[in-house]
Design a binder for this molecule. Structure first.
Ligand code: C2E
Ligand code: MG
Ligand code: MG
Length: 738
């Protein structure tokens, strides 16, 4: 295209003839043959020629530069007409003829728009502004929209006026165009990506303390005006996070360390969470600017918090769960200030029965009610959790109040005094509590919980509705119990059991009328163990059923053998656990044993504990009836020690009572023992029940009993339990014993 020179540009310079002329003039001016005036005129002419030559050289170089820069350059005269366009400008404007247009793009094809897409009228373009105001205009970012090709490109435009026409207008205006289409596209994409990811960008000029924030960063911080320095940014945060960020920036400036922090801020009075990351260039000039990102992580934090709470909570009661309380306990035990503490293991008594009878939904309601009672007692004096089932755990500090644990234990038991109402029914539920107190009760979380559990278990065994503190002795007992339970499992199979026989004697004559079979256990690892230690455990584990079966058969076998040899023993008494009754097939077993060893029903006496009668399970009544049909005698062992509920004595086919040795021991000296013995004797007489006194050790006791009409007795006065052969040797002929 035609490329007009700027109107006031100097004429094209560099004419070779000028060089020769200059040399001639300089030579003539130096010629001594000429007059001084001639020489002065000639040297003036030479310097004029030299000046013109220099100007031409400058023009030449200017053109070279202007044609080679990466910017588009357009020169306009004082009237705004384009007088010069460099090649880059031609490329940018797509070779459009611009010569006669007042401004490039002022024609119908090109439209200039601002960053929001609004058209910029010709008189608002930088070149027009520079022309009108005679001062530089821009840089301004403008979009060039080609209406024909429907393309948009972006340029940064700066216009600079030059020279003075004398009437306040410049002689010409140079306008520089820089193509920023790529940059604009990248930053637009970046801004969009940032907004989508809720990530903002920031840059901090450390020397000038200037903070630059992207639009998304400003949105996240939510301050108007947006912070413009570091202090302003810190003000968006809550303490102690404000201090953390300040320290991080200090380390970034001084040591060149980058950082990544999650901080809590305040946005319009509401807390929010942001993640701020910083990258610091290598030490040196680049570290004068620290750049980074900022991200709104409030939602994630809330989600995490919800998950964290859910993971720590027991859904039924809203209390902490097992993992959470264990972690809390571990944390406290690790801290010397909080280490003085107690763990209370609370277990509801007989909850399983309620659950079985009423169903799980009612069981759950009972648990919630129980949790609420404990929670009300504990208040803010400790941390409460539900471990699962009907078990709760309480952790409380003893640092400020050494009695707190025991006081809370008492108050929890108190709170269970009133019965619970579920489905319009009243339920009396009590609790058993075990306490582990650091350090005797353990210094490690899991061990303390275990020890409190062991203490709870021990409290339960001693009778429910109480509390017990864990001690090392209790741990030893527990250990022993575990060993016994383990060994017990195979006691019958390994043939470790034997029976001893204790004579039951007619007190007046001294004649042995019967024998009680007492089980003995000899274990290779544990040695000889008395039934007082293992029968309770066997009842808990259920092993007592197998043991009882063995005892029943063995006792019947022994009596059968003795009677076969002509021994005048009327019957054998066998102790029976309540669990044997619950299996339902006890009468069948009894019938089988009697038949197998040729005995009639009245040759067998079953000794029952009061517990069986009080629990009053339907199966028991059937078993009683079946046993009565077999002719078997039924007696109540250790009568007087237990529940003293007498109504069952009328209801059930009981034949006799065994007066507990607990009271026989005290007669005739102890008044209250005398009273109890006389009362039991009275009951037996009025209900027409047989009576046998246990634990007769002295003649005085025997005389006391005989005087009050007790006919039968058993005790060390006659013999302890003896092995079968020894018993046979001593009482085989049933000679009277004195
Ligand atoms: P029990 O049925 O009341 O048996 C009497 C216990 O008192 C026996 O203890 C016996 O050795 C002891 N004894 C007897 N005379 C005297 C005396 O004059 N003074 C003292 N201080 N004690 C005396 P043992 O054999 O240790 O049995 C303890 C308990 O274990 C029994 O009490 C019974 O309840 C239970 N038991 C024993 N054998 C069996 C069994 O085969 N099955 C079941 N289920 N329980 C059994
Ligand atoms: Mg007995
Ligand atoms: Mg007894």
């Amino acid at each position: 295209m035609n490329r007009p020179p700027p109107a006031d540009a100097p004429p094209a310079g560099g004419n070779p003839r000028d060089g020769a002329l200059l040399a001639e003039l300089e030579q003539a001016a130096a010629d001594p043959a000429r007059t001084a005036d001639q020489r002065t005129l000639l040297s003036r002419a030479a310097s004029a020629v030299r000046g013109a030559r220099d100007e031409a050289l400058v023009e030449l170089r200017f053109r070279e530069v202007v044609e080679n820069v990466q910017q588009g350059i357009v020169v306009r005269d004082h009237a705004g007409l384009v007088v010069y366009v460099n090649s880059e400008a031609l490329r940018m404007f797509d070779q459009r003829p611009v010569a006669n247009a007042p401004f490039p793009g002022g024609g119908p094809e090109l439209m200039f728009v601002d960053e929001r897409g609004h058209e910029v009228p010709p008189e608002r373009l930088p070149s027009a502004l520079a022309l009108a105001g005679n001062c530089p205009a821009g840089p301004q970012v403008l979009g060039m929209f080609d209406r024909e090709a429907r393309t948009l490109s972006w340029v940064s435009v700066t216009a600079v006026p030059h020279g003075d026409t004398g009437n306040g207008r410049p002689r010409f205006v140079m306008t520089f165009y820089t193509d920023v289409t790529g940059l604009k596209r990248d930053s637009a994409l970046f801004a969009r990506a940032q907004a989508l990811a809720s990530i903002g960008g920031w840059e901090w000029d450390t020397g000038r303390d200037r903070l630059y924030l992207t639009r998304e960063a400003r949105r996240i911080l939510g301050r108007d005006p947006a912070p413009s320095d570091l202090e302003g940014l810190l003000e968006c945060l809550l303490e102690p996070d404000r201090r953390r960020l300040r320290q991080a920036f200090d380390a970034a400036v001084q040591r060149g360390w980058g950082f990544g922090l999650e901080l809590q801020g305040n946005r319009g009075g509401r807390p929010f969470w942001m993640r701020i990351m910083a990258e610091v260039g290598a030490h040196g000039p680049l570290s004068a600017r620290i750049t980074g990102t900022i991200q709104d992580v409030t939602r994630q934090k809330q989600d995490e918090e919800t998950l964290r709470v859910q993971a720590r909570t027991d859904p039924l009661t809203g209390l902490l769960n097992r993992d959470a309380i264990r972690a809390e306990l571990a944390e406290r035990l690790a801290d010397p200030v909080q280490r003085a503490l107690a763990v209370l293991y609370v277990d509801l008594d007989r909850f399983k029965t309620v659950n079985d009878v009423l169903g799980h939904a009612a069981g759950d309601r009972l648990l919630v009610a129980a949790a609420n009672r404990i929670r009300a007692v504990v208040g803010c004096e400790g941390l409460l959790a539900r471990l699962g089932g009907d078990e709760f755990l309480l952790v409380c500090s003893l640092a400020d109040d050494p009695d707190r644990a025991l006081r809370l234990a008492e108050r929890i038991l108190d709170s269970f005094r009133a019965s619970f109402r579920v489905h319009d029914e009243e339920f009396a539920v009590t609790a058993s509590i075990g306490l582990a107190i650091a350090p005797e009760g353990g210094t490690e979380a899991q061990l303390m919980i275990q020890n409190a559990d062991a203490a709870m278990y021990s409290s339960k065994r001693r009778g429910r509705n109480g509390w017990q503190v864990f001690t090392p002795e209790l741990a030893a007992q527990q250990q022993r119990r575990l060993q016994v339970e383990t060994q017990l499992r195979n006691a019958v199979g390994n043939g470790e059991l034997t029976l001893y026989y204790q004579p039951q004697v007619d007190l007046a004559s001294g004649r042995t009328v019967a024998a009680e079979a007492l089980v003995r256990w000899n274990n290779p690892a544990l040695g000889a163990i008395l039934p007082g230690e293992f029968i309770d455990l066997a009842e808990n584990t259920g092993d007592v059923v197998a043991i009882g079966d063995w005892v029943l058969r063995e006792a019947c076998r022994q009596l059968g053998r003795w009677r076969g040899r002509g021994m005048a023993l009327e019957r054998i008494a066998v102790n029976v656990s309540y669990r044997q009754f619950l299996t339902g097939d006890l009468p069948v077993r009894v019938a089988e044993a009697l038949e197998e060893f040729g005995l009639s029903g009245d040759m067998l006496e079953l000794e029952l504990t009061e517990r069986l009668l009080v629990e009053d399970v339907p199966e028991t009544a059937e078993a009683f009836a079946a046993l009565q049909a077999l002719g078997v005698r039924l007696s109540i062992d250790d009568f007087g020690e237990g529940y003293s509920a007498l109504n069952y004595l009328r209801r059930l086919p009981i034949h006799g009572l065994k007066l507990s040795q607990l009271f026989v021991q005290g007669v005739p000296g102890n008044e209250s023992d005398v009273a109890v013995c006389e009362a039991v004797i009275g009951i037996a007489r009025s209900l027409r029940l047989g009576l046998l006194a246990e634990g007769v050790e002295t003649g005085a006791q025997r005389d006391f009993l005989v005087q009050r009409g007790v006919t039968l007795g058993q005790g060390f006065l006659y013999a302890p339990g003896l092995p079968a052969d020894e018993f046979e040797a001593r009482f085989g002929r049933s000679a009277p014993v004195t």
